[in-house]
Design a protein. Structure first.
Length: 209
């Protein structure tokens, strides 16, 4: 059974609340999103497997622990998820990067795939699906379903801000997936935006309206 982790680190809380302000411009917003993603990646990789190795230091020999060769992948949900990738790669530079593109059908409101490009060995990797906002949970749940259909078994989902409705949907549809959440907000409004949230993350990352 997957778990839900809501971050309680002071730096994460500070940076999220800083970029909530409508006065933060595109360049700064994009930079801080990357910093938050880096800090969240640190928390989400806390239990990676380790192995003991012998090390020759300039002074002598010792035994220490290093990562046990677990392959990692980062899969952002387009387009806003791209804003989290570089921050995570700064900590796990050997990770491969895939991309999933979804849009919402205007009539059914269901997510529809328009792009999916994954590492060829993605099913062997620990995959971090990333999207700054977990609102209704429709796109996030669909992206995880796409990965499972392609044989991926080890999936973790990272978002900077979540609404309770989105968390509920992810727990219902993918109870085996761990959720890492920067801040859990109050609710969704009638337009599907997280309240208080920070607006449209994609628009604020890329400077579009």
């Amino acid at each position: 059974m997957g778990k839900v982790y809501v971050m309680d680190h002071p730096l994460i809380e500070h940076k999220i609340n800083y970029i909530r302000s409508k006065d933060v411009g595109t360049k700064e917003f994009r930079e801080v999103i990357g910093e938050i993603a880096q800090l969240m990646c640190y928390e989400a990789t806390r239990d990676l497997k380790m192995k003991e190795v012998e090390i020759e230091t300039p002074v002598g020999r010792t035994t220490g622990r290093v990562l046990d060769g677990k392959k990692l992948a980062i899969v952002p949900i387009l387009r806003a998820g791209i804003g989290m990738v570089d921050g995570m790669l700064s900590l796990i530079p050997a990770a491969k990067v895939g991309h999933i593109g979804l849009y919402r059908d205007p009539e059914t409101l269901d997510p529809v795939e328009y792009y999916c490009k994954l590492p060829s060995d993605c099913e062997e990797r620990q995959v971090f699906v990333v999207d700054p906002m977990l609102a209704t949970g429709g796109s996030s749940a669909a992206a995880v379903s796409m990965l499972k259909e392609k044989g991926v078994k080890n999936i973790r989902f990272l978002c900077i801000i979540a609404a309770p409705e989105g968390v509920r949907r992810m727990r219902e549809e993918h109870p085996d997936v761990d959720l890492y959440i920067g801040a859990l907000d109050e609710r969704l409004n009638g337009h599907g935006y997280i309240v208080p949230g920070l607006g449209d993350a994609g628009d604020r990352i890329f400077g579009t309206k």
